[in-house]
Ligand binder design. Sequence first.
Ligand code: ZN
Length: 411
Amino acid sequence: MEMKKAQLDLIKKQLETIKERSPFYREKFKDIDLTSIQTQEDFEKLPFTTKDDLRNAYPLGLQAVPDEKVVRIHSSSGTTGTPVIIPYTQQDIDDWAFQFKRCYEMAGITPLDRIHITPGYGMWTAGIGFQLGAELLGAMAIPMGPGNTDKQLQMMMDLGSTVLCATSSYALLLAETIAERGIKDKIKLRKGVIGSERWGEKMRARIADELGVQLYDIYGLTEVYGPGIGITCDEESGIHYWDDFVYFEIVDPITGEVLPDGESGELVITTLRKEGAPLFRFSTHDLTRIIPGECLCGSEFPRIETLVGRTDDMVKVKGVNIFPAQIEEVIQQVPLASSEYQVMIDHLYGKDIMTVFFETAAEGEDRAKAELDLINTFKSKVGITISPKAVALGELPRSEKKSRRIFDNRY
Ligand code: ZN
């Protein structure tokens, strides 16, 4: 995507002083003359900032403002090892709230709504972000935090919550409990704002159905404000993101090359206005693509695909990057194939061979037809030729983890 002039100007302005303000970038960019960065092309030569860089700056190495300007810190959950600490100025907090309010507005949420917030409060950016946005919008925030389903449902009924903010798994648990207890007529929810993660269409449909709400996927990460830098719209055709605050690039996760719009790769984010801990070309490990063209909703904010996975789940076969969600999508388009599959990747006689096992109820000629259908769909959607192997229903092992369905035997 072509960088807008306003974006380039904001980036150049930050780069002018970043070495003075930030010991972290003074070191990172020590061999680069930042005044030479004048175009998008120049910018794309800057090195990526990785999660490890951020961890190595623990605790406050990322801080790019004097102490008196820092009003708060947040920390990424850090499932492994050292957490990442992000300092925020008041301007950063205000900008975050503004973006979050915009998310609520994109979802058709108004000052008359009562926003039931179940994500956690604390060091991470979830609950408090949902709250900031709700207050700035002028809606009633109900800061529940996670857990205690009985109390959640009681408050939901007594206060007449109209918007549920939750993870997809907690939203599903609430939906199921509401159905079990037969209290759906006492629940006034009309919208659900769900923290973006990979969740299947079936789960989405169940939550929407059982709660009787329209769902929106909100996107964000602690390193870049938190949730609220983008959200899906009524068209459900991707996540609109706020390109006046963040600049998105999609790069090939292996070569680091910037990819054209429409192609899937790793999302790399640059903050345009952040003061406390600005980020240049931060590698998110999230896999997605920029959706070309305008959205039917009329919004001019650009879109990315709802997250399709993590770069860690990706495999490269015959020079093409492939990830689990793509394989699932192909299999869904083959009418005779069920949803269960397994993939083996081997390297034989000097070339990659990808074998896709899938379950089908079809037999005989129909089975051969299903295999041919899979070859053709794979070729047209992913661009490579695979070797299909149809098996009977129930023959493949069941696994919770989707990435476990891909076995790379090449190394
Ligand atoms: Zn839209």
